[in-house]
Design a binder for this molecule. Structure first.
Ligand code: PGA
Length: 257
């Protein structure tokens, strides 16, 4: 079964809600029915812009999906400053990024926390984008596969076969995020294939073939087509280049590049 490519723009801590509306309007101006047909397109703004963009998507019946960058694993409670999965689900959020390397490295999220989030997102009818990836030192030490394999299996603990196809994995080598350094298409594909192998071990080959594995790390219009030409890369999680409508639209239209 062919996997529908998923292009997701992770805006990180950029764009207030007014700028966010403008960016989405500019983005859809560049896209047409054929693009939406071929590729699932998702924007992942900061929490403060979710409501504005949801209203825009709804009102103009836009064919793009909404994602959130993080969430708490509990549904409600005394967790000052946190946002719960049901709050996101109410805003028609379809995807939630879990365990982005910035969450792991800057905010100290470990595999267990990430796994709780993955399960909470699924339990509330949304899809987790589980991020995995090794640091430069880990790669140099020959540890990339072990680290990524551990993050993958720990992140998916308790996820059952029926839920598995709702999950998206984003392989993002930490050394390639925001650095301008991209993994070579061959290295990126090898790691995405390794991830799929791990998914097959966990859920069986049939299910693994249905799960989308994205590459992330300095994806831009100039390198996306080559990455997407590889067998096991099913889309991209895009940071910097998703902040410019022209660039993100070009990435979403990679088949025309
Ligand atoms: P980048 O970020 O495209 O700016 O490297 C990717 C990410 O962090 O998801």
């Amino acid at each position: 079964m062919a996997r529908t490519p998923l292009m997701a723009g992770n805006w990180k801590m950029h764009k207030d809600h007014l700028e966010a509306i403008q960016l989405v309007q500019q983005l859809v101006y560049h896209l047409d029915a054929d693009d939406y047909q071929r590729t699932e397109i998702v924007v992942i703004p900061p929490f403060t812009a979710l409501r504005s963009i949801q209203t825009l998507i709804d009102g103009d019946r836009l064919d793009i999906g909404l994602g959130a960058q993080n969430c708490h694993y509990e549904a409600a409670g005394a967790y000052t400053g946190e946002i719960s999965p049901p709050m996101l689900a109410k805003l028609a959020v379809r995807y939630v990024v879990c365990g982005h390397s910035e969450r792991r490295h800057v905010f100290g999220e470990d595999n267990e926390t990430v796994n709780r989030k993955v399960r909470a997102v699924l339990a509330h009818g949304m899809r987790p984008i589980l991020c995995v990836g090794e640091t430069d030192e880990q790669r140099e030490a020959g540890d990339a596969e072990r680290i990524v394999g551990d993050q993958l299996q720990a992140g998916l603990e308790g996820v059952d076969d029926a839920q598995a196809t709702e999950v998206v994995i984003a392989y993002e080598p930490v050394w390639a995020i925001g650095t301008g350094k991209t993994a070579t298409p061959t290295d990126a594909n090898d790691m995405c294939a390794f991830v799929r192998g791990g998914l097959a071990e966990r859920f069986g080959e049939d299910v693994a073939q249905q799960i989308r594995v994205q590459y992330g790390g300095s994806v831009k219009p100039g390198n996306v087509a080559e990455l997407m030409g590889r067998s096991d890369i099913d889309g991209a999680l895009v940071g910097g280049a998703s902040l410019t409508a022209d660039d993100f639209a070009a990435i979403c239209r990679y088949h025309r590049l």
